[in-house]
Design a protein around this ligand. Sequence first.
Ligand code: CMP
Length: 302
Amino acid sequence: MPNNHVARQGVLNYSEPRAPHSRLVHIGVSYSAPPNRVLAALTEVIDQVEGLPAEPRPTLRVIGYGESAIQYELRYHVDTYDDWRRVESEIYRLLWYQFRRAGLEIPFPIRSVHLQRVPARGADVSAQRLLRTLRAIDMFRPLSEDELHTAAAAFRHVHYSRGERVLDEGDAGDSFFVIDHGEVEVSKRLGGTSRSLARLRAGQFFGEMALLTGESRTATVSAASDVDLFTIDKAGFESILVANPAVAEDISAILAMRRDALSQAAGEVGQQGDGALATQVAQARILEAIRNYFGLYTRRGK
Ligand code: CMP
C-alpha cells in the first residue's frame, strides 16, 4: 500500500493510551422471556466474568424488538484491548448455562426450521436418578416412600459449568442443593483471601444453612467440575419438614458440625470444655431455630 495513502487515513491506536476500551455485545432472547428476568440473568453472567475492570461498570439495555427475538445490548470495558476475545468468549459461554438454568431461550434465526424429537423417557430417567440420590441421603431416611416421591416432585434439575459460582457468601438465599453428578468447592473469605473449607461430591448437599435458618449464606459454593444438581426452594423444603419433622433433627446435626468447621476456620475460640457436648448443645439450638423458622411447633399444635 502506498505510504501517501496510509498517511491520509486516520489511525486508531488500540494499545495507547491504556484507558478502558469499550465493546458492545448484542444478544437476542425469546419474546416469551420477561425482560427483567433476562436483565437479571445477564447481570449474573457479568458478575462472574473474570478480568472486567470494576469501573466503568458494564451496562445493559433493551434495544429493540427484532424479527425473532428481543434485542439486548451489553456494553463492557477491558483495560487491555487484546482481552476482548477472551472476555466475550466467557460471556457467551457462561450465558448459555445461566440462560438454560433460568429457562430463557436464545432463539434460532426465524428462517431456520428446527425439528426436535422430544426424548420420550428423559424426564423419567432424571426422576429415577433423583429418587436414588435422595434415598441415599441420611437426613431423608425418616421419609416414607410416598413422602419421598412427594419431596422429589418439588426438586428441579440445574446444571453449572466448572468455575461457575452456585451461591455467594453473604447473599440471601432460600435454595437447597443436592449433588447428582460432579463436585463443588466450599470456600470462605478470611482476612482478604478465600480459604477452601470442603469439597462436596455426588450424594452430598449444600445450601441448607441459609434455607433453614433464614441467615445469609455462610460460604461461597462453586462448581469444581461441570455439575448436575437438584435444587428445592424454601416452600418445597417446608412441605418435607411438615410431612416429617424428624428430618429437621438429622439436618440440625450436620448443620452443627458444619458450623463448627466454619468457626474453626474463622479462628473463633470454641466453647470451653467437652467438644462433643458443645456440638450437641449447638445442635439443639439449631433444631429449635429451624422449628421456629418453619413454624413446626405451631403446626403440630393445631
Ligand atoms: P449456606 O450457608 O446456605 O450456603 C453456603 C453453604 O456451604 C452452607 O449453607 C453449607 O451447605 C456449605 N458449608 C458451609 N460450611 C461448610 C463446611 N465446613 N463443610 C461443608 N459444607 C459447608
